[in-house]
Ligand binder design. Structure first.
Ligand code: FPP
Length: 261
């Protein structure tokens, strides 16, 4: 049995979290939140633990934030879990990160079904070890008819690579005579990006005190509000997400127009 925020009735919420949820204007919850989950390594280092423990803790936190976002009616969250640049890390770390989707989904998939959450992925499946792509594909297949929040993993994802693929697709449509060069618009490009069904994020959150975009959703972030937190990802909890949303709701998004328009 779930309460109105999507938590099981037996789960405890502290009062301050409840109070924060009341502060959020439910009709203006960002539809799509993108998160750069940074700081697993530093979180581990600060506790004299190996980096992989930080990544596992980060994985557990994906569940926490997924449920917190779902509870207030966010439409989609896109989580930067593995970038095209992350292949440069030591192979032991890469191998560990490639195991996380299986571990995460083995445990969390039944609850994702219960919460009506749909798993999606942006990035290239080709190039992933078969055990990783199998786990992600299985989760996407099992949840494909779920109609609630989208849990979108950016995995083996790089925004420039995404744009190269989009340009190649558009060029081939033109070459085949299926698209007129003069009729290419911004929408044509958006439609060819991996986020075509989800759309652009309203809010980008980056944890752990870095102020970079790191090849994440470069086209899609054109009018996104940014929120930077010093907290390392494993410690970025529901109350931090809600603070970011409350901060976002105080902003005046103008999309290049004038105040109040
Ligand atoms: C960046 O922090 C984080 C990553 C490259 C990995 C992020 C992955 C997760 C949070 C888990 C993903 C979960 C699933 C289910 C796929 P960093 O390690 O670079 O941190 P540092 O900058 O402090 O070293």
């Amino acid at each position: 049995m779930l309460d109105k925020f999507g938590w099981k009735k037996t789960e405890k919420k502290d009062l301050s979290l409840q109070a924060q949820m009341e502060l959020i204007q439910m009709q203006e919850v960002p539809k799509h939140i993108a998160i750069i989950m940074d700081g697993n390594g530093r979180w581990a280092k600060s506790r004299a633990l190996p980096r992989f423990i930080g990544h596992r803790e980060g994985m557990h936190n994906v569940r926490v934030i997924t449920k917190a976002a779902n509870a207030i009616g966010v439409g989609a969250i896109t989580l930067y879990a593995f970038s095209t640049e992350n292949w440069k890390r030591p192979s032991t770390e890469v191998d560990f990160l490639m195991r996380l989707p299986e571990e995460f989904l083995a445990d969390f998939l039944p609850e994702l079904m219960e919460l009506n959450i749909r798993v999606e992925m942006i990035g290239e499946m080709d190039g992933l070890p078969s055990h990783t792509s199998r786990a992600v594909q299985n989760a996407m297949d099992k949840t494909k008819d779920n109609t609630g929040m989208v849990l979108n993993f950016a995995f083996n994802y790089g925004s420039r690579r995404e744009m190269v693929l989009a340009v190649q697709k558009i060029a081939s449509l033109v070459q085949q005579g299926d698209l007129n060069m003069a009729s290419i618009t911004e929408e044509t490009i958006s439609e060819q990006l991996m986020t075509s069904s989800i759309g652009d994020p309203d809010l980008l959150i980056r944890t752990s005190g870095e102020y970079r975009v790191s090849n994440f959703l470069l086209w899609q972030l054109a009018y996104t509000e940014f929120f930077f937190s010093d907290i390392h990802w494993p410690e970025f909890k529901a109350e931090h997400l809600y603070s970011a949303i409350i901060d976002y709701q105080k902003r005046n998004r103008r999309y290049g127009g004038l105040k109040g328009e």
